[in-house]
Design a protein around this ligand. Structure first.
Ligand code: AHM
Ligand code: MG
Length: 331
């Protein structure tokens, strides 16, 4: 396979970049990759088998769970539970953190937070969806059971984060704090192959992505910024293009590649916005900053926010540095 670098080869090659280079994080990333390959397989045949549509249950946030959400969640749980590197996990689909009880798992050094299938409203309509993950070193003692505090760490404490976008091709993008690299799944060999080395977001862009239907519920500052995006001004490349898929992973991925800003602000209906910091905003903020972009709540850097709850929400503004800086002048 000359000229092709697989994700497994790349992870091993970069192992020494990790602050704790014992090979555990490498194995943990590999466990995650296996889960995502299975999820990818299921997502790809979603219309053929009885796996699209809603379940009869809701998650703790009152959202109806889709069958694929639950399938993806289960894939992650079993991959991490059996892997031995993680001592616990937290996910969008589980009300509370899941602490692994086996002696084997208690020796694990890491906890993982994830959104197994992001963009649930797009599942049934064949539009891109994604998976997001975030990895921390535990705070609790190795050998004991993990606890909630292991998950309530600031974004700055992440040791790795990534996402998978199930789109026209399936891509995995991740960082361990040494830049961002992207891999495309080659279905013929079942391997993610390095396709986007050292990803960098443009300093400035001309795409803005937000759910403008919420305009009446936005603050005056956000409304003013939207009006700014639509003004006609050749010198600053305006009007910008509006692009909004409704899958954070897909919107983020496009903006990362083309330059742009992704916004999910607070609204009068949702004073902290919609997106959850632990497994949506923090991992994406880590990737965004590592790619040279910026990620803020509008008031502070996302990765500086203190966490007090597992499913805590924060307003989210991330993308090309100059666009984020410009937006902040309106807020
Ligand atoms: P989900 O995790 O339940 O799918 O919700 C998160 C998604 C994001 O992917 C996306 O950015 C946002 O919700 C879209 O929300 P809205 O439909 O309010 O625009
Ligand atoms: Mg989500």
């Amino acid at each position: 396979m000359s000229g092709v670098k697989t994700l497994s080869e790349f992870i091993i090659e970069r192992q020494d970049d990790f602050p704790y280079a014992t090979g555990e994080l490498t194995r943990l990333l590999n466990d995650i990759v296996i889960a995502t390959k299975i999820i990818n397989r299921e997502v790809n045949k979603a219309g053929l088998v009885n796996i699209i549509g809603a379940t009869e249950s809701e998650n703790i946030q009152g959202e109806t769970q889709q069958k694929l959400d639950v399938m993806a969640d289960n894939q992650f749980i079993s991959a991490l539970q059996n892997g031995g590197e993680a001592c616990g996990l937290a996910s969008e689909e589980n009300d509370h953190e899941l602490i692994f009880k086996s002696d084997f798992a208690k020796k694990g050094n890491y906890v993982v937070a994830f959104d197994p299938l992001d963009g649930s409203s797009n599942i049934d309509v064949n539009v891109s969806i994604g998976t997001i993950f975030s990895i921390f070193r535990r705070k609790s003692k190795v050998g004991e059971e993990a606890n909630l505090q292991d998950f309530l760490q600031k974004g700055d404490e992440q040791v790795a984060a990534g996402y998978i976008v199930y789109g026209s091709s399936t891509m995995l993008v991740y960082t361990t704090g040494n830049g961002v690299n992207g891999f495309t799944l080659d279905p013929s060999i079942g391997e993610f192959c390095l396709s986007h080395p050292n990803m960098k977001i443009k300093e400035d862009g001309k795409i803005y992505s937000l759910n403008e239907g919420n305009y009446p519920f936005f603050s005056q500052g956000v409304r003013d910024y939207i009006e700014y995006c639509k003004e006609d001004d050749k010198e600053t490349n305006r009007p910008f293009s509006a692009r909004y898929i409704g899958s954070m992973v897909a919107d983020f991925h496009r903006n990362l590649i083309k330059g742009g800003i992704f916004i999910y602000p607070e609204t009068t209906k949702a004073p902290n916005g919609k997106l959850r910091i632990l497994y949506e905003c923090n991992p994406m903020a880590f990737i965004m900053e590592q790619a040279g972009g910026a990620a803020t709540t509008g008031k502070q850097r996302i990765m500086d926010v203190e966490l007090t709850e597992l499913h805590q929400r924060v307003p989210c503004i991330m993308g090309s540095k100059k666009m984020v800086e410009k937006m902040l002048t309106f807020l």
